[in-house]
Design a protein around this ligand. Sequence first.
Ligand SMILES: [Zn+2]
Ligand SMILES: [Zn+2]
Length: 75
Amino acid sequence: MERCDGERAGYHLKCNGTLYRCECGNVGCMQNKEDACSRQGFLASGRCLKCAATGKHEMLTAGATHSPTLMGDPA
Ligand SMILES: [Zn+2]
Ligand SMILES: [Zn+2]
């Protein structure tokens, strides 16, 4: 699965959380409160911070992205 490379607010640590993608296209990790990570996309309740839909997200897995040229093509 894909890992969040955002930064945790107040800690200056790499987030490394699981990334999710909403059906609206929003991609980010899930945190217990808002603004907990620079790449946060969802609240722990399952609510998307972009479109406010709940439960419309799925875990982002390697290969499921739409930018295959950035995935390290094995020549
Ligand atoms: Zn994150
Ligand atoms: Zn959304």
